[in-house]
Design a protein around this ligand. Sequence first.
Ligand code: NAD
Length: 699
Amino acid sequence: MNDLVDFSVVGNVGVITINNPPVNALAQAVRQGIQDGVNQGVADAAVEALVIVGGGRTFIAGADISEFGKPLAAPDLNSVLTSIEDSSKPVVAALHGTALGGGLEVALACHYRCAVAQGAVGLPEVKLGLLPGAGGTQRLPRLVGPEAAADMIIGGNPVPAPKAAELGIVDEIVEGDLTAAAAAYAARLVAEKAPLRRIRDMDEKVASARGDEALFEGLRKKFSRQARGQPAPYACLESVRNAVELPFDEGMKKDREIFTGLMASPESAALRYAFFVEREANKIPDVPKGTPVREIKSAAIIGAGTMGGGIAMNFANAGIPVTLLEVTQDALDRGIGVISRNYASTVKRGRLSEAKMNERLALIQGVLSYDDIADADVVIEAAFEEMPIKKEIFAKLDAVCKPSAILASNTSTLDIDEMAAVTKRPGSVIGMHFFSPANVMRLLEVVRGDKTDKDVIATVMGLGKKIGKVSVLVGVCDGFVGNRMLHGYLREANFLLEEGALPAQIDRVIYDFGLPMGPFAMGDLAGLDIGWRIRKAKAASRPSNQRYSPLGDKLCELGRFGQKTGSGWYRYEEGNRAPIEDPEVEKIIVETSAELGMERREISDEEILARCIYPLINEGARILEEGMALRASDIDTIWINGYGFPSYRGGPMFYADQVGTKAVYDAIVKFADEQGPQFWEPAPLLAKLAAEGKGFLGR
Ligand code: NAD
């Protein structure tokens, strides 16, 4: 038909093949080609049915997002889908890989769908703050009923083909060559005189839900946590409801209005931004694409504790053999025991097969001697956070590891350059800062030392991707990027308690802003004793005139370490992680305010939000000035993937631009007046941008 769409005839079946690698996105020429293909098939007397199939490794995986925000060139997808649905000859979608978004919408306009068992279908538009705008919201409920449709449209997650077959989305699971199997299936439909099944004309599945208030109220509740602060999930629900209550064309008309509104929403802008900049983080100006990389076929981890175990799982999950080194057999057994239990619970929850678990466990080997890791391509040190221990380990690694090995540290606070300095190969030393739980959290801060070689950076960035991480390059500084910014956030949260707030109020404000939990619930989850120990170690170096909140220390002195001890900033009931407000804690806070000579005051939610979030922005500005992050969007990627910053707010720097750098700057100056300049000195970059009326992005 054109460069991207091919038409051929197999027996009595016309086959429309889309060849727009890598994901057969619905670019203009693809839309045009499909429409022309359908017209040609309908016009050709020798063709009795049509198949639409994706060339390469997938069906259509969605819209061409580079067309977002631009006026769409004809034909628009909906008119293509109408041609398919109105075809006088049956059209079959042949699915493999992922049929996502516009891809699934194409399939839903077809009269029948077949798929290979490994395929998956989904409508992920909600994750970009949108709704599936080409009839997905109107057709899917008619096919599978409003509840299953809402799960897919509001949840946004893909559904494997076998499950899709159970739901009725896929009519036939096929094996062998997909095009041949789909053509055979289409020929069979012709032979059986199967009717042209137009989903838009189906009514049975939606009729029973018509006027069912309770059903939709239930769905609203079901998704309320995920939907917090965002219009798109509710818009999707409204749209599903329209499918139930309105004729197809009216529902489609409403969808266009709803879609336009969503496209203009700040939440969708933020989500689309977050999606794009996550990929941008891989671009490193002085480490261009094509920089040679070292081959990574095996890994070793030093220390099988909380982090080491989780890191090892990442490698095993990616099929890379990994050796865990510990100091004692006991520690090793404990570490491997935790990993086994972790996998076993995933199996129990039905998310991993027993066979896969065994395969992964077989890739993890525990050892006690450095000789056993001499051949590892990359070694990640995850032992105790003490420089002498790290130095000793790096010296040993330098002595035993092969010359091409990359030596990495997972340190959260220590200087990578100091570790590199004890080796004869500082160019091969780098930081790989994983986040806890390391097998779950997507963020990986890749810490570039003074002497780190470019091929090492390129290798580790690529390795991060291979083990399923979002890698962001950062420089060596205290706390790197993420934790360095976190300091100010936690500091202000504590100060606010002394001034008049309570943990539950602050946590509620932060939760409502969109983080998974506020600072105090997070502290209780992570354990308060770690920070306490670090603060004690650093106490001597703290300037005596610096404001310091003793509250966290007071809780720890009472043995309140958080969830693990049944109490921290909140109290917890046995076997329950739900925080319960504790009058004991309120008493300690109120007494502390008095001891500090502070008159407690009513603190507004607005002040809480600004006091907690603006320090992130101010520190982010400093990080940019110092070149510790390459770009403002990298900071946002870190905060979204490592700290649960709501992606629909784009990250702290994007949020700053939305609030306006001038407004953020003015607020910081005001806090400096009220609180003293100690912690509220505006970053020069923020001051400059505010004065110039510019933002952090595209500055
Ligand atoms: P952990 O105490 O749970 O585990 C450390 C493990 O290292 C222990 O099993 C210990 O036996 C072993 N170990 C100690 N010295 C060793 C040595 N010389 N050789 C081999 N093994 C040795 O600690 P963790 O929480 O897993 O932290 C490990 C590292 O990861 C630290 O540098 C920490 O700062 C960093 N980190 C921790 C987190 C976190 O949230 N826990 C997050 C990011 C980074």
